[in-house]
Design a protein around this ligand. Structure first.
Ligand code: MRU
Length: 368
């Protein structure tokens, strides 16, 4: 997507052909800064400290992290260490494990001196594949937005347009390009459909307020940031035509794990008859588990993300501000699971599937 007229992906190979560059998402929306990653450690820090985040981008950074590790040392021992170090960075997004296994499959059978080139090639392919997957999710999801608009009698934007609610950031910043939940919105907007987006701020890290709002704004998509508890009220008043979120891991039976608070939006959508869709890339399906609540590891992050908030001070510097009393206890569960029964459909690169094992197996017979 474009940033002030310049096309960007979220991760790319540096001009020297071996280092990797990323956008430091912890600085957005106040500063657009890129960072150079030169080692396995750099890649691990970038993922763990959320300079990059979002399941598909975590997968892409993992792949390049393995390439950087192999660049430094292509031995079996170094590869095994890199696998473990990257695996330990964040637990919930299954794309991380998927990317590690893809890299391992390619590299394990090669001799050490063949590994470097193969690692960079596979990492680049994983990025290109993600762009294709997300663009196609956009193509497959756009008709859902268009149908909702048609069903309302095609109102112009000044008469309300069509309203999509989204949670967290599942836009191009969460992927290599296009996004998952936001791809259908970009495609609808580009096709001239008057789509307006309700953007959940998404406490505690505010990916909606900081990232989704920033990228929608850069693309000219009308949107309104709301605090996390507004969605139910909007739905009761007919102000949401459909919800679209992303996912960090979806089970083979269609349970959707996504940013904390997604489940409550799905409950509100169900109660109000609002369709609830999920943008789901194939690599985000965990075929090894069925029961999301029982089997998906939920990341538990530092309590300071709850007790403090980052913002821009009057002098332009980024500063943390304490919200809670000194010494207050805080809990920071980063994800929750929306059971498949609350999901209207999964928008994949192969089409829109019902959230069920039968439908996912029918859509991905080669992987299931
Ligand atoms: O903690 P994050 O920012 O990495 O979590 C990302 C999300 O949960 C997004 O909602 C997203 O759907 C997954 S990536 C498309």
């Amino acid at each position: 997507m474009n940033v002030d007229g310049i096309p960007y992906r979220t991760i790319w190979l540096a001009d020297d052909g071996w280092a990797v560059e990323i956008i430091d998402q912890t600085k957005l929306p106040h500063e657009f800064a890129t960072v150079r990653l030169e080692s396995l450690d750099d890649a691990c820090v970038a993922i763990r400290d959320m300079w990059v985040r979002g399941a598909p981008l975590i997968g892409a950074t993992t792949a390049y992290g393995m390439a950087l590790a192999v660049h430094a040392d292509p031995s079996d021992g170094a590869m095994a260490k890199a696998y473990d170090a990257l695996y330990a960075t964040r637990p919930t997004a299954v794309n991380l494990r998927w990317a590690l296994d893809e890299m391992k499959t390619v590299l394990a059978s090669l001799s050490p001196n063949e590994r470097k080139e193969a690692a960079y090639t596979r990492a680049a392919e994983i990025c290109d594949e993600d762009v294709d997957i997300c663009s196609t999710i956009g193509d497959n999801g756009r008709p859902l937005i268009e149908s909702a608009w048609n069903a309302k009698g095609k109102p112009a934007m000044k008469d309300g347009g069509v309203n999509v609610l989204t949670h967290c950031n599942a836009g191009w910043l969460a992927t290599v390009d296009w996004g998952t939940a936001l791809a259908p919105i970009y495609k609808a907007h580009d096709a001239g459909i008057p789509v307006h987006v309700w953007v959940d701020e998404t406490r505690p890290r505010n990916q909606g307020a900081s990232l989704t709002s920033w990228e929608l704004g850069k693309h000219g998509v009308p949107h309104t940031v709301i605090v996390d508890n507004v969605g139910g009220h909007l739905m009761q008043h007919g102000l949401v035509d459909l919800c679209i979120t992303g996912t960090d891991r979806t089970t083979a039976a269609g349970d959707v794990c996504n940013k904390i608070g997604t489940y409550l939006k799905a409950l509100a959508a169900h109660d109000n008859g609002v369709p609830f869709y999920v943008g789901l890339p194939g690599p985000t399906i965990d075929w090894t588990v069925d029961d999301g609540v029982k089997d998906i590891p939920i990341e538990y992050r530092d309590a300071t993300e709850v007790t403090e908030i980052m913002g821009k001070a009057r002098d332009g510097s980024l500063v943390p501000v304490q919200l809670t009393p000194d010494g207050a206890n805080a809990a920071n569960y980063a994800f929750d699971v929306t059971p498949s029964r609350l999901v209207t459909g999964l928008i994949t690169e192969r089409g829109v599937a019902e959230a069920s094992k039968a439908a996912l197996v029918a859509m991905y017979p080669d992987r299931a």
